[in-house]
Design a protein around this ligand. Structure first.
Ligand code: MTE
Length: 310
């Protein structure tokens, strides 16, 4: 697809102007690409202040990963994730809803138009990437159910399949983590237009190691919130726990908003190593409040103490 020809070149990927957005659609049409791949204007706004010059090379985004179900080293998911079966795949929406539903990934892909957005991705370990995702806003999926008034949070669950995920059956490989991996969001965060369910990246289907066939992307939060290979979304009344809260709640909080002013107990969050092109390209850049999406999301936290609610 077109985007892969230009994947290292942001100017050519055209993420900076409405005019380019329209041109891109024309070009995609010319190439006969049928899915409605578009770059949403609100994502452009969020990214503008970065003056993104570099998209992280695809080969780095798919070989430098955290997916502990396949091992603890950054290179393990790339080597081990081929054993994950991503078809057939079902996702349930359960809990505080009028009627629980189960959808297949193929139904979802047929039904919800796919858009493309380039987002900054900032890991709590202080490295970052810029990745063009394909997917849809999570609210499109949640709107398929009638959410009850008492639902205040959303809990997500990764597939549990020890025979497909080596780290789930072997604690030495998968760390002493209680699987399945779980995560959560407040309901307004889940419904926010920047919150995506990614089904692809760089114009292709998601590689298994990046969370196929569908994973969460919350660009203003640390990467561990972006849970992979989701099988269940549950609407709940009380703040749910998460894998990282279960492991070390004093280091990893529920909110996990990117914040250069709140250090991790063991390192500063003021800077990050941006993973761009070239062999030694780990460029140090300042970390921005809410990962640069402050205008879009800060109002959700205006009455919250961001030091206490880290
Ligand atoms: N989801 C599951 N199920 N298991 C994991 O180990 N790791 C998280 C998140 N989602 C993880 C997960 C962490 S710590 C990060 S930084 C991102 O995935 C990494 O995403 P990437 O490998 O696509 O860059």
């Amino acid at each position: 697809m077109l985007i892969n020809k230009n994947k290292f070149d942001v100017d050519k990927i055209d993420i900076t102007s409405e005019e380019n957005y329209i041109n891109r659609r024309k070009i995609l049409k010319l190439f006969g690409i049928s899915t409605a791949i578009a770059i949403a204007p609100n994502a452009l706004k969020a990214n503008e202040k970065y003056s993104l010059k570099t998209i992280t090379p695809e080969n780095k985004a798919k070989s430098y990963n955290n997916f502990y179900e396949f091992g603890l080293d950054k290179s393990d998911p790339y080597k081990n994730a081929h054993t994950l079966k991503t078809r057939p795949w079902e996702i349930k929406i359960t809990g505080e809803v009028a009627k629980e539903i189960t959808l297949s990934i193929d139904d979802i892909l047929r039904d919800i138009p796919i858009i493309q957005r380039a987002y900054r991705f900032r890991c709590v370990e202080a490295w970052s990437m810029n990745i063009p995702w394909n997917g849809f806003e999570l609210n499109k999926l949640l709107n398929k159910v009638k959410i009850k008034g008492n639902a205040k949070f959303v809990q997500f669950k990764t597939k549990y399949a020890p025979d497909e995920m080596i780290g789930q059956r072997n604690s030495y490989i998968g760390g002493f983590i209680k699987y399945p991996y779980i995560e959560g969001l407040r309901i307004d965060e889940a419904m926010h237009p920047l919150t995506l369910i990614a089904t692809g990246m760089y114009g292709k289907d998601l590689p298994n190691q990046n969370g196929a066939p569908l994973r969460l992307i919350v660009p203003w939060k640390y990467g561990f919130k972006s849970i992979k290979s989701i099988v269940e979304i549950k609407l709940v009344e009380k703040m749910p726990t998460s894998t990282w809260m279960q492991l070390q709640s004093e280091e990893y909080g529920f909110y996990a908003n990117v914040n250069p002013n709140v250090s991790h107990p063991r390192w500063s969050q003021r800077e990050e190593r941006f993973i761009g092109g070239g062999f030694f390209n780990f460029k140090k850049v300042p970390t921005l409040m809410f990962n640069g999406y402050e205008n879009e999301v800060a109002s959700m936290y205006s009455r919250m103490d961001l030091v206490k609610n880290f």
